[in-house]
Design a protein around this ligand. Structure first.
Ligand code: ADP
Ligand code: MG
Length: 342
């Protein structure tokens, strides 16, 4: 076979293999875009577990008409310009791949109206070259992205979709994770026309506790100890549950690094080690923890879906987290206890 450049759609479909695993990954990417756009309210409408429709509407800054084509193109982003920017990434996105990938494996319609523009415009990428068609539309300030028939043209992927209920459970979990980290943003999730979750903007301490309870359950908040530790540029804060409130499954453990949701092995290990023998051997600790450090001290560009990060001083970070959690647990148990495991 001779060498040829792949048509845009095919190249994007290949890239989609890494980023778009299931409907929940689409929801994650699109909601993160809305957050990056400064939205204060995000509505997520799902039909049939996301396989029929995923529609995200936000009141963020929008995309001007002239940039709609770019927004749908691969490697096009407004978030970084140089490798240096990648070293100190503040936005959730930066690869410029999500919209191009998702629109290559679904029927995606992007509609947007920036405040400064009089009217809204709508964009669709068509054909094998993903040529972008643009036409006038009606839309309030902000952006809607409507993703229909996910994986309709990639049957192998579509086959891997689970039941409507299972796919929606994954979406619900992604939305919970986001709802915990972006407390000031109102998030509404509906399925098949019915509102399932309504996370209202939380700013006061009371509202925040209420929101945490609405995601993690009242039992968690009732059994939680607040934690707040700083050391140089490291800051760990949040809620950890008393050991008695252990979980049979590891499903009430939420950690964030610089506001990015993570399933980081190092953090989980540090926390588990801090709880150590306080938990029965088959129990898991429950926690909602935010870890912030200098953007330059962590590499977020190690995983396509950005689920993992790499800390430059891994051991130090591990021990800081472990001892912060341990000291908090010790203080709760008996103020004089000084046993340190970390
Ligand atoms: P990335 O988020 O990595 O930049 P995406 O493909 O997810 O790449 O998005 C491409 C670009 O489209 C973004 O950089 C942003 O400028 C714009 N964009 C996407 N979604 C929104 C949105 N909801 N509101 C405003 N701009 C958006
Ligand atoms: Mg993005």
């Amino acid at each position: 076979m001779s060498i040829a450049v792949l048509p845009a759609r095919l190249a994007n479909q290949i890239a989609a293999g890494e980023v778009v695993e299931r409907p929940a990954s689409v929801v994650k990417e699109l909601v993160e875009n809305s957050i990056d756009a400064g939205a204060t309210k995000i509505s997520i409408e799902i039909e049939k577990g996301g396989s029929k429709r995923i529609k995200i509407t936000d009141d963020g800054k929008g995309i001007v008409k002239d940039e709609l084509t770019l927004a749908l193109s691969r490697h096009a982003t407004s978030k970084i310009k140089s490798l240096d920017d990648l070293e100190s990434i503040h936005s959730l996105g930066f690869r410029g791949e999500a919209l191009a990938s998702i629109s290559s494996v679904s029927r995606l319609t992007l509609t947007s109206k920036p405040v400064e523009q009089d009217s809204a415009w709508q964009a669709i990428a068509v054909g094998r070259d993903m040529q972008v068609d643009i036409k006038p539309a009606a839309h309030p300030d902000g952006t809607s992205i409507d993703v229909e028939d996910l994986f309709f043209n990639t049957p192998a992927r579509r086959k891997f979709l689970r039941t409507e209920k299972t796919e929606f459970t994954h979406i619900d979990e992604v939305v919970r994770r986001i709802a915990l980290s972006k407390l000031a943003i109102t998030i509404i999730l509906s399925h098949n026309g019915k509102v399932i979750r309504q996370y209202r903007s939380a700013k006061t301490e009371k509202q925040i506790e209420k929101r945490i309870a609405s995601v993690c359950g009242q039992g968690f908040i009732d059994n939680a100890i607040t934690l707040d530790f700083k050391h140089d540029n490291l800051h760990l804060w949040g809620w950890i549950a008393k050991p008695e409130f252990y979980q049979r499954q590891n499903d009430l453990s939420y950690s964030y690094v610089n506001d990015r949701m993570m399933r980081d092995k190092l953090i989980n290990h540090a926390i588990r080690q801090a709880y150590a023998d306080r938990l029965t051997h088959d129990g898991y600790p429950a926690f909602v923890l935010f870890f912030n450090l200098d953007f330059a001290d962590v590499d977020v560009n190690v995983h396509p879906a950005k689920h993992e990060v790499r800390f430059h001083q891994a051991r130090f970070v591990h021990d800081f987290i472990c001892s912060a959690v341990e000291q908090t647990l010790n203080a709760e148990q008996s103020p004089l206890s000084e046993t340190l495991l970390c």
